[in-house]
Write a protein that binds this ligand. Structure first.
Ligand code: ZN
Ligand code: ZN
Ligand code: ZN
Length: 244
C-alpha cells in the first residue's frame, strides 16, 4: 500500500478531529451532512465493490465473517457509545473508565478495519484492470473516520477531559488504521485469510452505515431533512459511479 495513502488516512482523521476543538457548535450541522453522505457511500461500496470480491470464491464462509463483523461492531459500540458512527450521545459523567472504554471500542474497530487496506487496492486492481487505481475501502474508511474523530473530540471535551489528553486520544485513534495496515503488510496474510478479514471489516461497515442511516431520523418521526436526503443521494450516486 502506497505511503501517501497511509499519510492521507492519518492526517485527514487528525484534521477532522482537530476541527472539533474549534467548532463544537457551528459544525454540528455540517457533521450531519458529512455523516449522511458517508452512510450511503459506505453502504454503496460495501455492496457494489467489497462484497462481490469477498464472495467470489462461491462458499459460505465469508458470510459468517460478515455476520461476525456486524455483531462484534454492535458490541464495540456498547463501549464507544457510538462515536464511530459520528454520534455524540448523551454526555456522560467523566471518568477514566469512560474514556478508556470509548477509546477501546473505537481503536479495535479502526485497527481491524485498517488491516485489509494493505492488500485491497492491489487485489481490486488485479481483478478489474490496471487502469483501476482507486481504493474504495480507503475512501470509505476516511469518510466515516473524519466525523468519528470529530465526535470523539467533542465528546471528550464535553466530558471535561483536559485538552492535552484529548489530543493524545485523537492521535492514537488516527494512528490505528494505518497501524493495522502496516501490521498486515509486515506479516503478509495468506489469501483465504485476506478475504475473511475483509469480510469481517465489511460486516462492521454494514453495521456503521446502516446505523448512520437509521439515526439520521433523529426525531423518530420518519422525517429526514432535504439536506440530509440530498447528501444520502449524493453518497449513493458517487458509490454507483465507481462501478461504471
Ligand atoms: Zn448513534
Ligand atoms: Zn471505521
Ligand atoms: Zn473499483
Amino acid at each position: 500500500m502506497p505511503a501517501w495513502q497511509l499519510l492521507l488516512l492519518f492526517f485527514s482523521v487528525l484534521i477532522g478531529g482537530g476541527s472539533g476543538f474549534y467548532f463544537q457548535k457551528e459544525k454540528k450541522g455540517l457533521l450531519q451532512i458529512v455523516l449522511s453522505f458517508s452512510g450511503s457511500y459506505i453502504l454503496g461500496i460495501a455492496v457494489l465493490h467489497l462484497m462481490p470480491w469477498v464472495f467470489s470464491g462461491g462458499d459460505h464462509q465469508p458470510g459468517l465473517w460478515i455476520l461476525a463483523g456486524f455483531f462484534v461492531q454492535l458490541l464495540l459500540e456498547q463501549l464507544s457509545v457510538g462515536v464511530e458512527h459520528g454520534h455524540i450521545h448523551a454526555p456522560h459523567k467523566f471518568s477514566n473508565t469512560f474514556v478508556l472504554s470509548v477509546m477501546a471500542g473505537l481503536c479495535i474497530h479502526a485497527f481491524v478495519e485498517g488491516m485489509p487496506l494493505s492488500y485491497y487496492g492491489e487485489m481490486h486492481q488485479a481483478e478489474v484492470g490496471a487502469g483501476h487505481t482507486h481504493n474504495h475501502l480507503l475512501y470509505g474508511i476516511i469518510l466515516h473516520h473524519i466525523p468519528a474523530a470529530f465526535a470523539l473530540v467533542v465528546l471528550l471535551l464535553v466530558s471535561q477531559l483536559q485538552k492535552k489528553w484529548v489530543w493524545l486520544c485523537l492521535f492514537i485513534f488516527a494512528a490505528m488504521s494505518p497501524l493495522g495496515a502496516l501490521l498486515a503488510d509486515s506479516i503478509s496474510i495468506p489469501t483465504p485469510w485476506q478475504k475473511s478479514i475483509l469480510a469481517f471489516a465489511v460486516g462492521s461497515l454494514l453495521h456503521i452505515s446502516t446505523v448512520i442511516l437509521f439515526e439520521m431520523d433523529s426525531s423518530s418521526h420518519h422525517y429526514i431533512s432535504t439536506k440530509k436526503l440530498a447528501a444520502i443521494a449524493a453518497g449513493l450516486f458517487i458509490s454507483i459511479l465507481t462501478i461504471l
